[in-house]
Design a protein around this ligand. Structure first.
Ligand code: ASP
Ligand code: MG
Length: 403
């Protein structure tokens, strides 16, 4: 198999850890695989370099910042290659440029446009272990770019796609994706296989493990993604196409989002175009509206509620205040002591009663549901924040995720 392995900052945090990574890579080669490694900067390194740049100005030129930051990953790539060579393996390190990674020109937040894998390919064909500096590429005019914080995961997925690798393993300090946050429910279980879409919906569980951008790219490029720990031999979680998952559980996981707030508008003018006006204004103010609920109109007015990220509550309130001034709304109340609990699973596409069970579980705990929204693979409920952990644990048990 051709395997791309990506090691994050903690996994390459010091020289001993880089040796540990070299041993892992060597072991994979011993098992008969071809290996391409993508590395992050040693932990803390990127922050240190940013602080260096900001020593001179709070607004350092972005292309120079890229030149600077890209060096962090190059240090790790070279050191890992040196360690592998010292062990008797043939390794070759490459910058983003040498690996053929071409991006747009948006410095510090570049997007990969295409990859010319020929350089990597010929090194692999010569039997070499290719070690790539993650997080970087070059733009059309040859200037170094970086992909945004945490961007090495993206490098790995993109490289795996370009090389049509069999597997892209992302090594971190956690051993996979869990059915829910183990700090909330110690009975949470590691998930063996999960579909791209479920993983994206479970973002709050996977956020520390994988960036959503990487999962989206993996889905697009059809890359089999594995997240696992570089500190243990435990098998990680495979994120793959739905068809590759034989036994689909009804529910895969319970996600919790505490970063939500709610605005309830009363006395909203019940006329065509009002939703378009209000939500259009919110969009122009860059407010990300998530759930929306509207009650049946009465006497020419209706009630409308919606949720936004807590950090955008102030901006959202400013918008609703404008509508109050115009008499389109009589009142708007904010509530930032809410949270969103979601049940995610592809199995619910083909089964009934999944939502009913969620509501019954909340009822048995006496938890009031303020809002509900559903999609093909997700049921979300807004409840009071103080019940967040209780709700997660009860739902986790109700769908037998601890079995
Ligand atoms: N070193 C970069 C960062 O800290 C990229 C990465 O680690 O993925 O954001
Ligand atoms: Mg990282």
């Amino acid at each position: 198999m051709l395997i791309v392995q990506k090691y994050g900052g903690t996994s390459v945090g010091d020289l001993d850890r880089i040796q540990n990574v070299a041993n892992r890579v060597a072991k994979t080669v011993q098992e008969g695989h071809q290996v391409v490694v993508v590395v992050s900067a040693m932990s803390g390194e990127t922050n240190k370099l940013i602080a260096y740049a900001e020593h001179y100005t709070s607004t350092p030129a972005r292309d120079e910042v890229d030149m600077l930051l890209s060096s962090g990953e190059r240090v790790t790539a070279a050191l890992l290659s040196i360690a592998l060579n010292a062990m008797g393996y043939k390794a070759l390190s490459m910058s983003g440029r040498a690996a053929g990674i071409v991006t747009d020109a948006v410095h510090t937040k570049a997007r990969i446009e295409h990859i010319d894998p020929s350089g990597m390919r010929s090194a692999i064909d010569e039997g070499k272990i290719v070690v790539i500096a993650g997080f970087q590429g070059v733009n059309e005019s040859g200037r170094v770019t970086t992909l945004g914080r945490g961007g090495s995961d993206l490098s790995a997925v993109a490289v795996a796609g370009a090389l049509q690798a069999d597997l892209c393993e992302i090594y971190t300090d956690v051993d996979g994706v869990y059915t829910t946050d183990p700090r909330i429910e110690p009975k949470a279980k590691k998930i063996d296989r999960i579909s791209y879409d479920e993983m994206l919906e479970l973002a709050s569980l996977g956020a520390k493990v994988l960036q959503n951008r990487s999962v989206e790219l993996a889905k697009k490029l059809n890359v089999n993604l594995v997240t696992r720990s570089s500190f243990s031999d435990a098998e990680g979680t495979l994120i793959t196409k739905e068809e590759n998952i034989m036994e689909q559980p009804l529910v895969s996981g319970i996600a919790l989002d505490k970063n939500q707030a709610r605005i309830s508008m009363r006395g909203v003018a019940d006329r065509p175009g009002i939703a378009s006006d209000i939500f259009g204004a919110l969009a122009s103010a860059n407010v990300n509206v998530d759930m929306i609920i509207q009650t049946v109109g009465q006497d020419g007015t209706t009630n409308l509620g919606f949720t936004v990220p807590k950090t955008e509550l102030g901006d959202a309130k400013a918008v609703t205040d404008r509508f109050i001034e115009k008499n389109d709304i009589s009142a708007a109340e904010c509530d930032d002591s809410i949270c969103k609990v979601s049940i995610v699973g592809v199995g619910m596409k083909s089964h009934t009663g999944v939502a009913a069970k969620a509501f019954k579980t909340m009822a048995s705990e006496n938890i009031n549901i303020m809002m509900i929204s559903t999609s093909e693979i997700k049921i979300s409920m807004v409840i009071q924040e103080k019940y967040a952990e209780l709700a997660v644990r009860s739902l986790h048990g109700a769908y037998r995720l601890d079995q």
